[in-house]
Write a protein that binds this ligand. Sequence first.
Ligand code: R7I
Ligand code: MG
Ligand code: MG
Length: 355
Amino acid sequence: MAMVEAVEMMAGRFRGCMVGALMGDCLGAPFEGEPRATRSILQSYFRRLSDPDLKVPYKQYTDDTAMTRCVAQSLIEKKGFDAKDMARRFVKEYYAEPKRGYGSNVTDVFAALRATKFRDPYSPAAFQFNGRGSYGNGAAMRVAPVALFCYATKAGLVDTSRDTALITHANRLGYNGAVLQCLAIYEALHTPTNKLDSVKFIESLITKMKEIEKPSEDDILYEGEDPYVYVKRLEKVLELMERGDSVSREQVEDELGVYISAHMSVPTAIYSFIRATSPVADIESENEYQRTLHFAISLGGDTDTIASMAGSIAGAYYGVTKIPGNLQKHCEASSDAIKQADDLFSLSDPKPPAS
Ligand code: R7I
Ligand code: MG
Ligand code: MG
């Protein structure tokens, strides 16, 4: 493949990742926390939105995207990870638009960061939940720009994703969920289109998570705490994959979870991406990206977040050209997602200084 073509294709994957995440959030949000939507409700939802003549107000993004935008903008402007800058952006964003559906406890972190004037940007998160830290999926849901940034600049992905997570999520499950989601996007970016080997994809994540979840000398585990939660959940993903299209939504909910906690949503998002690479019996869409969102939303529970995380992986793999424009145009601020993707991409190609 010609060099220029390869570069353009990768730029399209960056866009796919950012737009893919945004759309999962916008399109999944109306179903968050509602009883699982029926087959016919979701079918007409996607059909209606795909009608090129439909004119309706934008589907608004929620906290997932509000925070993703902060992560991206901080990395772009600072050309690297700067904890104080990122924390400041989260807090400014939250106080400017607090009604974006934030998790109920993370707002205490924002208040404490503001009150302490960002003196130690990691400290407030560490005091959440009686010093155990949050295991919510709020750090995983916003990590997509980190995967793109590290792909572009070759910065350390594990450390960067963990550090961005720690500003709000100090529980091992909270930040390791973000690391796993980041690795999944990174892996998708690296996989040539049509060359995905799903089993190898998951096995490679398992190998990496074995290393990441290995307790360090600073990790003092609680009595009975299992350090390898993500490894086990990814093994469960492999097991569900073997059972193919016969696995029901109820089984996914029981075995992987569809909840607001990172360990019960990140593996579910990864599974949604894999499951939607093949046709799903009761989903009519032949477009794999759309099928990913549709499947993720059809699981119920934390629909905006699971669809957003699955959508960012799928978008990174299929690229923006696979994302249906008729759906994209209903999502708030998709041009911003494209701009941020392009800015992150251009970090990989430093322009020579003007003479
Ligand atoms: O993780 P977080 O930012 O929430 C993200 C979710 C996404 O679904 C968004 O779409 C939005 O709806 O919220 O916010 P946190 O407040 O840190 O965590 C979310 C919730 O997880 C908390 O409000 C708790 O209900 C639960 N949770 C915990 N419960 C008990 N013990 C998180 N950590 C704990 C814990 O240690
Ligand atoms: Mg949300
Ligand atoms: Mg959510």
